[in-house]
Ligand binder design. Sequence first.
Ligand code: SF4
Length: 307
Amino acid sequence: MNHIFGPVPSRRLGYSLGVDLVVHKTCTFDCLYCECGPTTSLTIERKEYVPFDELADELGETFKDPPERLDYVTLSGSGEPCLNTRMGDVLELLRSISPAKVAVLTNSSLLTDPEVRRELGLAHVVAPSLDTAVPETFNLINRPHPSLSLGAMVKGLVEFRRGFGGEIRLEVLLVKGVNDSPGELERLARQIELIRPDTVDVNTAFRPGAARLKPLTQEELESAARGLGPLARPVGSFCGDGSLKLTGFLEKRVVALISRRPCTLDELAESLAAGEKEVREVLKDLEKRGVLKTQDQKDGRFYSIVV
Ligand code: SF4
């Protein structure tokens, strides 16, 4: 499986099977906090980055024997999924074969395009992100493709809300000292009122990202969420029940997961329904081969793949 990973223990979506529609690391942004590392292809060009037939084959295989516990199938991964021109076809296929709901994580940049809005309309849940309402901060934190404008992006979000009957979970990611001042939060709260999402998940950069950043403390996160209005809530820790049962080649699945998202040993063991000892062995082996990267953070030791 080259384009399917997980299920990932997602703090917002429970057990979520990831489907990657682009190649590493293709995005319209180069966010300071990106868990996938620096963007190597900063683009706004939509095309079939991953062939639809390949994805359809992998999805068909996966859903012949789906994971026992699956809350969502989520388009996400090594970049911006809306860049793939076959996103609508993938969503249609998933709606017909997946027992779980279908979600899309997007950075909102391409919602200016009516065709992207139409395709996203096929998902049950769309989780667009918006970290700031201030253009200078947008350039600082999201480092967008030069042709993108924050104002147009917010208009696209408002337009999408008008036509979408599913759930919109707006995500705001806060970085200490960058986009968490009272003035920043007040301006963002006004934009959120215009966008009218169903919920606002307020998160902080707690995983290793492209740059070393300071996360907010739990108290600061809660206070910031209050500043963003009644729909906003701080995102809690993932809490799974460990009931997931999967079969498969562990090393390949560990690599598929940590090459897209840094994880702790606990997260890997739980997500992949494997014993800690087995996962530790796989990690040791990857370390010996020089492809494992470790970073110690407040929430534990995170493992990723050297890119
Ligand atoms: S965090 Fe998301 S939007 Fe930002 S660079 Fe990474 S993949 Fe792109």
